[in-house]
Design a protein around this ligand. Structure first.
Ligand code: FAD
Length: 512
């Protein structure tokens, strides 16, 4: 007879009369391997052991698990785990049950591509599927999603719980803006279909909802005809105002025949032109940039611009790209071009040491490191102050900074304010991604750097919002959600009243 400590003294199926009818008992594992895997994540900073791990073979088993928790006098917590690519334990459930969503993988049957006159092309995708799987399934029909993350081995349920951002978001919105419908198991154990028109409160709550309101088991994702190739250009700057002015020009919705993708980043000694995110440059181009970097006090900026194409505009694409970049203010002679397949472009992250055209999952070496990342959204009106104090000062003099540093803009009107995701209150805002890697015992150094940046923003009254947020106190969470806090709390009471779901986010557990 299976018996776990998770439902205090009265674990329901210790008496044969209350055995659940599903396979739930046999799908729960408590062996050391299962517990260890669910007690770590990509961040390698937080380690919380669950009491058990569910490897579901059906959605009904997840429903049963959540219902079971609700039936306990003291409910146990439940966290869906996509690929565990969070960095601060957000997919963990100390003492509760982690649901390994990958186990649902429905033998390739988790993705179905369809078309309807009112919706156009779309894919119904299991929440456990990765974006790499969605790309593969779409391309079998010549179709692809319109909004991506830089790295494709993240799950649909995991990125929709945050936002899902990349260089396409300025044009198409984040991934949460490109979802037509969801199936969600709420914290009460109800399996509901929701959309803008049906159960809309649940729909908007879940998008960017940090796993607080339900477990996404299906998402209907917008697709369109996939381009076949990409012209990929990188431009180098040493002037922050030109770097940002040009990015804002490129993301302007007034631009005729504009780019499909725009992402800015910093180049420093610790964040070199080629890194684990990208192996764009040839050795000679890399040497040329590094020599410029030495001449420019160790700080350069780079814009990546991409324009997709296919058979219909092969003859004109070079001219289109030339028009796009000819009046930009980059350093003369520092324009680098590539012409790659659409799949090669989307697979660029995690592919840095591989010459194959398909992306791979982050390797074991990277997983042995700690990743004390900081991701922020910043209002455009304060980016000059931020550059002076943070990019050209705090980060530059911090010799330990290591890993890519992203800095690129979005258009707010591509985000729906009814969603739980939180962004600054200005039409143009930027993201900063400090994607540090460190030896686990050195992560404090990076935590201190992150703290110094956040303290500067607080003192300078720059209203930043963390992306993939991590706070420890109720006050900080209230401040993070700002005017959305009341509705966030009300939705929690409505959809997960016993505070069962995604405890690793420490939003409501910090209130208990
Ligand atoms: P997990 O880390 O497993 O889970 C994240 C949260 O979502 C947890 O709270 C979990 O309980 C909850 N959750 C998971 N599945 C579900 C579900 N089905 N239903 C409801 N809740 C669920 N983000 C970007 O936006 N853009 C990027 O370009 C990008 N690149 C990245 C590159 C790397 C190498 C890494 C490590 C992360 C990157 N991220 C990026 C961050 C990523 O979006 C988050 O880590 C996100 O959480 C997705 O990871 P995951 O699928 O492994 O989810």
């Amino acid at each position: 007879m299976i018996s776990f400590p998770i439902c205090s003294s009265s674990w329901p199926w210790t008496s044969s009369s209350s055995l659940p009818s599903s396979d739930l008992p046999v799908r729960l594992r408590t062996d050391p391997d299962a517990i260890a895997a669910a007690s770590n994540d990509y961040g390698n900073l937080v380690h919380e052991a669950p009491s058990a791990v569910l490897y579901p073979s059906s959605i009904q088993e997840i429903v049963d698990l959540i219902k079971l928790s609700n039936n306990c006098s003291t409910p146990f917590t439940v966290a869906a785990r996509g690929r565990g690519h969070s960095v601060r334990g957000q997919a963990m459930a100390g003492g509760g049950v982690v649901v390994e969503m990958a186990a649902l993988s429905r033998n390739g049957g988790g993705i179905r591509v369809s078309w309807s006159p009112s919706l156009g092309y779309y894919a119904d995708v299991g929440g456990e599927e990765t974006w790499a799987d969605v790309l593969r399934a779409g391309l079998e029909h010549g179709l692809a999603p319109v909004s991506w993350t830089d790295y494709l081995y993240l799950t649909v349920g995991g990125t929709l719980s945050n936002a899902g951002i990349s260089g396409q978001s300025f044009l198409r919105g984040p991934q949460i803006s490109n979802v037509l419908e969801l199936d969600v198991i709420t914290g009460k154990g109800d399996l509901l279909t929701c959309s803008k028109d049906t159960n809309s409160e649940l729909f908007f709550a879940v998008l960017g909802g940090l796993g607080q309101f339900g477990i996404i088991t299906r998402a209907r994702i917008v697709l369109e005809k996939a381009p076949t190739r990409a012209k990929w250009v990188r431009l180098i700057y040493n002037d922050f105002s030109m770097f940002t002015r040009d990015q804002e020009h490129l993301i302007s919705t007034n631009l005729i025949n504009g780019p499909n993708y725009v992402e800015g980043s910093l180049i420093t000694d610790q964040s070199p032109p080629n890194n684990w995110r990208s192996s764009f440059y040839s050795p000679s181009d890399q040497a040329k940039i590094l020599s410029l970097l030495r001449a420019k006090q160790g700080l350069l900026y780079s814009i990546e611009v991409v324009k997709y194409y296919d058979d219909t505009n092969t003859d004109t694409i070079d001219q289109e790209v030339e028009l796009l970049v000819k009046d930009l203010n980059n350093i003369g002679g520092f324009v680098f071009n590539k012409d790659v397949s659409f799949v090669e472009f989307l697979s660029r992250v995690g592919n840095s040491s591989s010459s194959s055209s398909s992306s791979r999952e982050i390797g074991d070496n990277e997983l042995e490191e700690a990743h004390p990342w900081l991701n922020l959204f910043l209002p455009k009106s304060r980016i000059m102050d931020f550059n002076d104090a943070v990019l050209a000062n705090i980060i530059l003099r911090h010799n330990h900074t290591s890993g890519p540093i992203l800095f690129y803009p979005f258009n707010r009107h591509k985000w729906d304010d009814r969603m739980s995701a939180v962004i600054p209150d200005e039409e143009i805002f930027y993201t900063l991604g400090l994607l540090h890697s460190s030896r686990p015992h050195q992560s404090d150094v990076y935590d201190n750097l992150n703290k110094e940046i956040l303290e500067y923003c607080e003192k300078a009254d720059i209203n930043v919002k963390q992306y993939l947020p991590h706070y420890k106190s109720k006050e900080d969470w209230m401040k993070h959600f700002g005017r959305k806090w009341d509705s966030f709390q009300e939705r929690k009471t409505k959809f997960d009243p016993r505070i069962i779901l995604s405890p690793g986010q420490t939003i409501f557990t910090s209130l208990m």
